[in-house]
Structure formats: structure tokens, C-alpha cells
Design a protein around this ligand. Structure first.
Ligand code: GDD
Ligand code: MG
Length: 360
């Protein structure tokens, strides 16, 4: 089968990181977000994935060339002249998604993380005779998502995107298996699959669901990204524990790239990812945080509940916490306290930030 990943959007909720690279190629668990999905698609037998892009396509494609070879799957790019929403891009890529044999194809939102049960989904989809099958999961606050109300046999009765009143807590996980006939319902103009296409298929009684087992998270904003990392690492602990760091000074689930250098007497974890070529000094304390590539954390500094961008450095005895997001190439001087600060790229921080806010 073929697949399309919705990669568009400016990723504003992950700024300042998305000022440097498009959201899907930001590392999650030390691997670009979108590569988790492409790997799962390959695993499910897909031979080609189309990235629906409307923003900085060249950056994405240059980056993915390397992965195309590594993963052995064809990756093509479908660029929109203007943002086409979540349905328009399907119409635009119709010639690729339709193989002439009526084979169903996958559509994925690029910012969702889970175990991607795609093979099983394809079987469930074929067995039910549905026109479209969507993966669903339960969440505590459904108002940020698309809510589905189903009949006892798993058919979708109603699909309500971002409901203002409570209609249920089972939500669209952003992963679909669609028959090519769905393409007949979509015009090549800006349209929403959630608001226009799914309600129409549901009205015909041909929209089905499959329950997702295990964890799920939309990691499109910093707080959810950090929560999602914890869930992801717990899953890695279960499935492939050898990928996690072990040894003295490591607490709970931690992933450290082989090229990172760690000093003496550090205490690291739980829920930490340390990216390529990071340099961590002595006596450093890291918990619930992400260090992207080439981050330096000097002696006795402490980073918690925060994300530090590429090439940035945290000074000795400095402290970064409370959901701070530090952009690319930021220098935080020694002994500085960053309380929940959002820092744009290329800054030098010489004074503590005591109240959460944005530093431009
Ligand atoms: N190519 C392209 N063009 N992609 C787009 C566009 C566009 O104009 N607009 C959004 N996307 C992509 C985003 O990059 C993301 O991968 C996906 O479409 C969904 O957009 P979001 O902006 O992240 O939507 P959301 O998170 O508020 O809601 C969606 O996801 C929820 C699950 O996380 C909906 O599908 C909800 O129903 C769902 O519950
Ligand atoms: Mg999203």
C-alpha cells in the first residue's frame, strides 16, 4: 500500500524549535519524529510514502534522502501551492495514492506518537468492508481533538471536531486507512478531512473505528512532547530495553546517543533523552528533559521539565526548569536561573529569568 503523511503547518506550538527545522524532523526519542512513522509504514508493507508539505519542502527532502536509503522506502514530496488543510492534500496526491486496484492507503498526522498498529488496521479495515477506518484512543480532555461517537458494532455515528460541549472521550488518533473511493469525496482545494469528509462518510454508515492499544500522544506542543517522551521510553523499556541507558547515575528511563559524552557523578533521569554529540559536565542533574544535538551542559548545572535546542549551552551551576524551551544556539551563562523561559535562537542569556515568558 501507499501512504500519505500530513506534514504541513508551521508548528507554531513548538516554537522556537520550529524556527530552526520543520516540526516533523525534530528528534523525538533521539530519532526524527517522522522517521518513527515512516519506519512503521515500511514495517506494514508500504512501498511509497508521500509527504504533503506546504512549508520549506527542500529542507525536509534533503533531510529525508538519507532516510530513504536507510529505510528502503520511496519518499516523495507533494507540495501545496497554498495550505490545503487535512483533506486537500489527498486530492493533490491522488495519482500516487490510487494504484488502479482499489488498494486502501494510509493517512497519518505527522505529530502523533504511538505503536502504530498498521498491519492490524489494514486487516480490520478490509474485514469490516468500511470505506474508511480511523484509529481511536481515549483521552481525559477531548476538547482539543476530534471526538467520535460509535454504535455498538464500531461504526461511527458522529464525528465532532474540537467539540465545545462533551460528546464523548474517544478521539481520532490521527491515523486512517482509506479506500480510494474517499478521493471522490475530496476537491483539490483547502478542506478539512475532520470537518467535511469524515462526517459525510459517517452519514453513509461507512466510517469505522479501531481501538488503539497502548500509549498515544499528539506531541505538537512542549508539555505534551515531554509527557509523550515518558510514555515512549516506558514502551522502549518493555520492547527493547537494550536501547536504554543503564549504569550508575541513571534513574528510570533514559536514552543517550552513543556520541554523547557524560562527565563524572551525574544523576540522569527519569525520562531524559540526550542527543548526538552532547557534552555533559560533572555533577549535572537532568530529569524529564530533552537535549537535542550538540548541547553542552556544564558542571553542576540542572535541567528539568524542559527542552534544550541544538548547539545551545547551559552554564555551570545554572538551572533550567518549569517547561523552558531553549531555541538553537543559545548561551546560558553560569549560575543563571531560567524559570519556564521560551528563548528564541542565537541569544546569550546573562540575567536570570524568574517568571515564565518569551525572550526575543
Ligand atoms: N500538508 C498539510 N497542509 N498538512 C497540514 C495542513 C495543511 O494545510 N494543516 C495541518 N496539517 C497537518 C499538521 O502538520 C498535522 O500533522 C496534521 O495535519 C493535523 O493538524 P494539527 O494542526 O496538528 O491538528 P490538531 O492536532 O489540532 O487535530 C488533528 O489531530 C488530532 C489528533 O492529534 C485532528 O485530526 C483531530 O481530529 C485529531 O484528534
Ligand atoms: Mg496535532
Amino acid at each position: 500500500p501507499k501512504a500519505l503523511v500530513l506534514v504541513g503547518g508551521y508548528g507554531t506550538r513548538l516554537r522556537p524549535l520550529t524556527l530552526t527545522v520543520p516540526k516533523p524532523i525534530i528528534d523525538f526519542g533521539n530519532k526524527p519524529m517522522i522517521c518513527h512513522q515512516i519506519e512503521a509504514l515500511k514495517e506494514a508493507g508500504c512501498d511509497e510514502v508521500v509527504l504533503a508539505i506546504n512549508y520549506r519542502p527542500q529542507v525536509m527532502m534533503d533531510f529525508l534522502k538519507e532516510w530513504e536509503e536507510k529505510l528502503g522506502i520511496k519518499i516523495t514530496c507533494s507540495q501545496e501551492p497554498e495550505p490545503m488543510g487535512t483533506a486537500g492534500p489527498l486530492a493533490l496526491a491522488r495519482h500516487i495514492l490510487e494504484d488502479g486496484h482499489g488498494t486502501p492507503f494510509f493517512v497519518l498526522n505527522s505529530d502523533v506518537i504511538c505503536e502504530y498498529p498498521l498491519k492490524e488496521m489494514l486487516e480490520v479495515h478490509r474485514a469490516s468492508g468500511a470505506e474508511a477506518t480511523i484509529l481511536v484512543t481515549k483521552v481525559e480532555d477531548p476538547s482539543k481533538y476530534g471526538v467520535v461517537v460509535t454504535t455498538p458494532d464500531g461504526r461511527v455515528d458522529r464525528f465532532v471536531e474540537k467539540p465545545r460541549v462533551f460528546v464523548g472521550d474517544r478521539i481520532n488518533a490521527g491515523i486512517y486507512c482509506l479506500n480510494p473511493s474517499v478521493l471522490d469525496r475530496i476537491q483539490p482545494r483547502p478542506t478539512s478531512i475532520e470537518k467535511e469528509v469524515f462526517p459525510a462518510i459517517a452519514a453513509d454508515g461507512r466510517l469505522h473505528t479501531m481501538n488503539l492499544e497502548g500509549y498515544w500522544m499528539d506531541v505538537g506542543q512542549p508539555k505534551d512532547y515531554l509527557t509523550g517522551l515518558g510514555l515512549h521510553l516506558a514502551c522502549v523499556r518493555n520492547r527493547r530495553p537494550q536501547e536504554l541507558a543503564a549504569g550508575e547515575g541513571v534513574r528510570g528511563d533514559v536514552i543517550i546517543d552513543d556520541t554523547a559524552v557524560i562527565g563524572q557523578n551525574c544523576l540522569i533521569g527519569p525520562n531524559v533523552s540526550i542527543g548526538k554529540l552532547c557534552v555533559i559536565g560533572d555533577g549535572v542533574r537532568l530529569s524529564n528533559c530533552v537535549l537535542l544535538h550538540r548541547v553542552t551542559v556544564k558542571n553542576y548545572a540542572r535541567v528539568s521539565d524542559s527542552i534544550v535546542g541544538w548547539g545551545s549551552s547551559v552554564g555551570s551551576w545554572a538551572r533550567v526548569d518549569n517547561k523552558a524551551v531553549i531555541g538553537e544556539d543559545v548561551v546560558i551563562r553560569d549560575e543563571i536561573y531560567m524559570n519556564g523561559a521560551i528563548v528564541l535562537p542565537h541569544k546569550e542569556i546573562k540575567e536570570s529569568v524568574l517568571d515564565p515568558g518569551t525572550i526575543i
